[in-house]
Design a protein around this ligand. Structure first.
Ligand code: EPZ
Length: 423
């Protein structure tokens, strides 16, 4: 595994955001629901997207991708009913392929997703929801096998927690099953709305995405279409926080500002200047910023995928902040690494108490997952001296051209594949 060496830098200027990873993945999985060609625009070039392409190709789909234009063309019928372990273990989101595959082939199987650095991530809500839709589900040898069964004319699936993945999975599958499906306590993330928009362009009848109640009227068949993926709000938030954490100012472009209202309000409470444009946001650091209390919640609450990054921002704020994580209660692997850099923070249950410090110090730290690694790179720009973030490849799973984009903001960083200096 390689590392990124980061030096203290003030980040300023402009950065353009790519298409959303967490939209690209479920939308690509949904292409299984038709044999016709689906064209997706603004598909980011990321390791996770390549994994989804590999899964679709393994299942029999034809995938063409132009990484420069970000256009993906997916066509053809699936003809394999099993998702290989070596692909599923790379990426949990691949589990959402199982339902569409089962609907198209009548029966399919996939390995149960394993452990994850950000916490225990079962798929019981997915399974219970698919059973409600008449699926017969069998567990054997670490695998889940599913078979389409009889679905009642009117089904209500009430999710115990507004799970993004379970909402996307059940919504996609219900499009081709008879009768009506109602998903209650559904996740309301913008990526769910993007998936509804794609499915409806494919001829589905889905409404209510973006609210806690989604209604799907089943149809016989879906067809091809063209769709442009929404901007990546987590990437946008990451760059805005990075700019402000280093005392800089700049414009984050290709953003839907209201997708991040929870973030902008925290940053404004800390004293930062935030200007929302039509498709950009301009942020300016106040030089010194106040401590804040942050409650991480499902959308429209403060996103868990920006939690490690806001912890870095608050680590040098004036005063005592708290960050309470209510989505992945144990998502704090970045804390010990930040303490190694001189941060002063303590965990009490799922609340982090942060005493702002004057400075962070450069150190060698370890990336554990995608967002924690991004947060450590930001901490490297803030810290005195230089910081080496090891096990850094996580970051390429979710940030397109990240080295180039940070350099575009004046960041001093170098990627060392396998730990050796860049030539
Ligand atoms: C999606 O994961 C995102 N991934 C995650 O982003 C994001 O952190 C998460 O939603 C929350 O916003 C993608 O979109 C590909 P959940 P998902 O189901 O769908 C529990 C990133 O960095 N739960 O909403 O897996 C679960 O354990 C990634 O880009 C069950 O208990 O998240 C968690 O505590 C990381 N049983 C909570 O619900 C289930 O069957 C929310 O999980 C499903 C979920």
């Amino acid at each position: 595994m390689g590392s990124i060496v980061v030096s203290k830098s003030v980040l300023s200027g402009e950065v353009e955001v790519s298409g959303a990873k967490n939209s690209a993945l479920p939308l690509l999985a949904a292409t299984i629901l038709t044999d016709e060609e689906v064209i997706l625009n603004k598909v980011p070039h990321l390791a996770d997207v390549e994994t989804m392409f590999d899964i679709l190709r393994t299942l029999g789909k034809k995938v063409q991708y132009d990484r420069d234009s970000g256009v993906a063309r997916v066509s053809g019928a699936v003809d394999k009913a099993h998702v290989p372990y070596d692909l599923v273990r790379k990426m949990r989101a691949s589990f959402n392929v199982m339902g569409p595959l089962t609907v198209m082939l009548g029966e399919a199987s996939t390995p149960l997703p394993g452990g994850c650095a950000i916490g225990v991530r079962p798929v019981d809500y997915h399974i219970e929801g698919l059973k409600k839709l008449g699926f017969e589900i069998f567990f054997e040898h670490g695998e889940i096998r599913a078979r389409v069964g009889k679905k009642d004319e009117f089904v209500v699936v009430h999710l115990p927690f507004p799970s993004v993945g379970a909402t996307e999975h059940i919504m996609s599958v219900a499009t081709l099953l008879p009768g009506t499906t109602v998903i209650e306590n559904a996740a309301m993330e913008p990526e769910i709305v993007d998936l509804q928009d794609l499915l409806n362009k494919m001829g589905a009848r889905v409404r209510g995405a973006g609210t806690s109640k989604i209604i799907v009227e089943g149809v016989e068949k879906l067809h091809g279409c063209e769709h442009t993926i929404i901007p990546d709000r987590i990437e946008a938030g990451t760059y805005a926080i990075a700019i402000l954490s280093t005392g800089g100012e700049g414009q984050v472009k290709n953003v839907v500002p209201e997708h991040l209202d929870a973030l902008w309000s925290v940053l404004e409470r800390s004293g930062a200047y935030v200007k929302r444009g039509t498709n950009y946001v301009y942020v300016k650091s106040p030089g010194k910023w106040h401590a804040c209390d942050v409650n991480v919640l499902p959308y429209p609450g403060f996103p868990t995928d920006l939690q490690p990054q806001i912890v870095v921002y608050l680590s040098t704020a004036q005063g005592t902040s708290t960050v309470t994580e209510n989505v992945f209660k144990t998502r704090f692997a970045h804390v010990a690494e930040l303490v190694r850099m001189g941060a002063n923070m303590k965990l009490k249950d799922n609340t982090l108490i942060i005493e702002g410090v004057e400075k962070l110090q450069g150190a060698t730290v370890m990336g554990t997952d995608l967002r924690a690694t991004a947060a450590l790179v930001i901490a490297g720009f803030v810290a005195e001296g230089s910081t080496e973030v090891t096990q850094v490849e996580h970051i390429f799973r979710g940030y397109e051209r990240v080295i180039e984009k940070f350099r575009g903001l004046g960041g001093v960083l170098e990627y060392r594949p396998g730990g050796v200096p860049e030539i």
